[in-house]
Design a protein around this ligand. Structure first.
Ligand code: FAD
Length: 390
């Protein structure tokens, strides 16, 4: 069995980082390890951007360039090529979030379609990705989830959303590129799940083209997965799932308390971890029917996945199983896992600096609230700086 120290090799982990990039990463993680700094920095950045103050340069040279591939897909191409040289695949993620206008939703759908078509001829990019709220206003997703009556204009909005959603799935199917659909907030997720189920039935008859996401901090996800599996078996199509722990923890718990409904979130981190591993095991037990994209920076879960694969005799490059991490985080997992011959992909967010801010703020907050991860990044970077005698 692979030693657990597999992930400790910092020479492999940071092989794509120049000395100056490594120094920038060190400086950045030092900053975001200080919780008040992130809180104040986030507020000040939002304020400055709203007033159109010239802070984009500062954001770019710090947090943006570390976590994003660039402002457009062209900027990302050198990153994609470098990753492929290290055996790592790319998922280009047009990370414009929180938009309210139709024109933006149309633009995002077009961008996803363009990227999928582009990926068709680029072996470095086996997946496309999008967020449901990138294609339509969250207000409508929520109303449909809550089964509220829609006004005539809202019916038209929902119709347009589903049309865009269906189009990106059809493009993926035509291009034979798998499409990862991110999971978002609980209050709108059911409408997204229902639509995704329909798309899987339509496009996954032979293999998993359309992938939904299971947020395992939700205690109901294993039952949901089993239910989806039963339906897919009955109707004869394949399932694809990205599994993650979930990125909206504080918001979900606060909203449940405010609105007085039982929290959809597991009662503790340990319960989320157990749920994540149970969902993962269920998929490994049914890997012929369900493809897995394991979106995590958790070392124990990544190691467990490798262990299960070995026990079950699943080949490292089995096309039904992918590891995935976010650009700028957990390179020690990405590059060490890739160097062992497993399928690994990095999400590479890109987009105009201002529009990518919600994504960047989530990453900064996650790295402060998930105490272990920032310290782990800092320890690894420090080890590599020493090795390079910086
Ligand atoms: C490739 C990739 C794709 C992603 N896509 C999505 C997506 O579509 N949707 C989405 O929501 N997130 C997504 N994420 C983010 C993900 O959900 C996590 O926020 C992030 O990866 C941290 O979790 P972890 O598994 O890496 O590990 P860890 O650091 O071990 O776990 C941290 C997570 O545990 C959970 N947790 C922490 N404390 C508690 C507590 N007290 N009670 C219950 N649970 C707790 C939270 O989910 C927290 O984010 C993605 C991540 C990756 C790597």
């Amino acid at each position: 069995m692979m030693p657990k120290s597999l992930f400790d090799n910092t020479e492999i982990a940071f092989r794509l980082k120049s000395d100056s990039e490594l120094e920038r990463a060190y400086f950045l993680f030092k900053m975001i390890s200080v919780e008040p700094f992130v809180r104040i920095g986030t507020a000040a950045t939002k304020f400055a951007l709203n007033l159109h103050l010239p802070v984009e340069g500062l954001i770019r040279s710090t947090v943006f360039d570390h976590f994003c591939g660039g402002v457009n897909e062209k900027d990302c191409m050198p990153v994609v090529d470098n990753l492929l040289n290290a055996g790592v695949f790319s998922v280009l993620d047009y990370s414009v979030e929180g938009k309210k206008e139709d024109a933006q939703f149309i633009k995002t759908a077009e961008k996803v379609n363009e990227l999928t078509t582009f990926a068709k001829d680029k072996s470095a990019m086996p997946f496309s990705v999008f967020k449901p709220t990138g294609l339509g206003h969250i207000r409508i997703w929520k109303k449909v989830t809550n089964r509220e009556t829609l006004s005539e204009s809202e019916k038209k909005e929902w119709h347009d959303i589903t049309e865009r959603y269906e189009k990106v799935c059809k493009t993926a199917s035509d291009c034979n590129i798998s499409l990862l659909i991110d999971a978002e907030e609980y209050c709108m997720q059911e409408a997204a799940d229902d639509l995704c189920e329909r798309m899987m039935e339509k496009y996954n008859s032979e293999k998993a083209i359309v992938f939904n996401t299971l947020q395992c901090y939700r205690w109901d996800r294993l039952d949901y997965l089993k239910e989806q599996h039963a339906k897919a078996k009955e109707k004869g199509y394949k399932l694809g799932f990205k599994i993650v722990r979930g990125a909206y923890l504080e918001k979900e718990n606060e909203r449940a308390e405010e609105q007085n409904y039982p929290s959809p979130i597991c009662e503790s981190k340990a319960a989320t971890d157990a749920n994540f591993d149970a969902v993962m095991r269920y998929i490994f037990d049914n890997l012929d029917d369900i493809s897995l994209f394991l979106g995590t920076h958790n070392e124990a879960s990544s190691y467990l996945a490798m262990q299960i694969m070995e026990e079950k005799g699943i080949s490292k490059d089995n096309s039904h199983m992918w590891f995935g991490q976010l650009y700028g985080m957990s390179d020690h997992l990405t590059f060490n896992i890739a160097s062992e011959g497993y399928n690994v992909a990095k999400y590479i967010p890109f987009g105009p600096v201002k529009d990518v801010m919600p994504y960047l703020i989530r990453r900064a907050e996650e790295n402060t609230s998930v105490a272990g991860q920032t310290n782990r990044e800092l320890t690894l970077i420090t080890k590599e700086r020493k090795r390079r005698r910086l």
